[in-house]
Ligand binder design. Sequence first.
Ligand SMILES: [Ca+2]
Ligand SMILES: [Ca+2]
Length: 416
Amino acid sequence: AAVLCTRIIFQLTFLLLDCPSRRELQGTLKQVQKLLTAHETSYCNKTIYQTTCPKLDAPTNGRKLGKSQSVGHEVHFLCDPGYELVGAESRLCQESLVWSGQQPTCRDINECASSPCLNGGTCVDEASQFSCVCAKGWAGVTCQTATHAAAATTLPAATNGPFVRPPRCTITQGTTHCTCEPGYTISGRDSYTCTGISTELDTVMMKALILFHNGQAGRLCQHACVNTAGGYRCTCPAGYDVTRDGRGCKDIDECATRLNNCTKDQTCINTNGGFQCVRVECPKIPNATYIKTSPMRCERNPCPMDNKACSQTPNSFSYHYLSLVSNLSAPRVMFRVSALRQVGDTLRFSLLGGRPIRRYFTVQRSDRLTGQLMLVSPVQGPATLEAEVEMMELERREQLGRYITKVTMFVSQYDF
Ligand SMILES: [Ca+2]
Ligand SMILES: [Ca+2]
């Protein structure tokens, strides 16, 4: 409009100064009229026929709120669950008939991207850094360490005394022969009582430990997270199923199903992420012979009278198998061996084996009649460890009886 006006003024000035002819004047007026018409047309188009902004689309995987495209009206944008908005949350139809800002998009949220605070910790944003407020039972910069208090409250009280069960005895040709249920050991010199090796407790304890270990609220997936459009999916390694909540991994019990290939004379031991077929072979040691009294126990045949070499050998060997997860925190009780009552003046518990086993385990007394195998250092799986706990009865330093408990531990590759 400014240019147009200048041009009209210029042309009129020209007319006034130079006294133009009638024809020239008519020509100029025609031109002015033409320009004014053109201007009016363009003005009318805008003000009367174009009062709205162009149509806006909703972003892919999102919605647009507000339908009006009139000047002064706003539209808002929302994304579907699993997506986040990138760009303007709203756009305004401006006087110029152009929407303000840029068209936003909905971007898939990568749920698998790790949060810095683990185990249910809350991340607190600070200037150029962050800090974690840890959930109860966790500590450390990223809440990575379980505090002792949490472990203690989750575990059942470890004060259970020895378990006692009557043995099954048979009398053949004047000799009494007794055996115990699996998990119990004949102990004491009389050999007529089955004393509990606290397998039952250990099973409960292990379950509690595993639950505790898996209860890591900060981990979205226990194993692997796969980001998907609008969501995510957790996957588990071979040997595990994804749990019902879709986040955890549950071991497949191959021994409870036909998924194992153990033969009839083998015992299937379910492990975390797999299984083992085991078969107990009685030890061959000089001066004594052993017979299998149960799939997991060997007992010494009676020694000839006054054969001291024979009577010094172990009275029994019992075998136990534990399935553990990798990196269990230590110290921790793994197994208990108990005597029903004291025979002789001393009961001694010790760990047999060399340095490799001593790196992870120790044996200590937990009460007068019980020794416990303790894990002293976390074991990184996959690994198979064998610890032998010896219980010895003494009278004035003379050996009365020796009982060996072999504990084989199958440590999984993962911490579940
Ligand atoms: Ca996603
Ligand atoms: Ca298994």
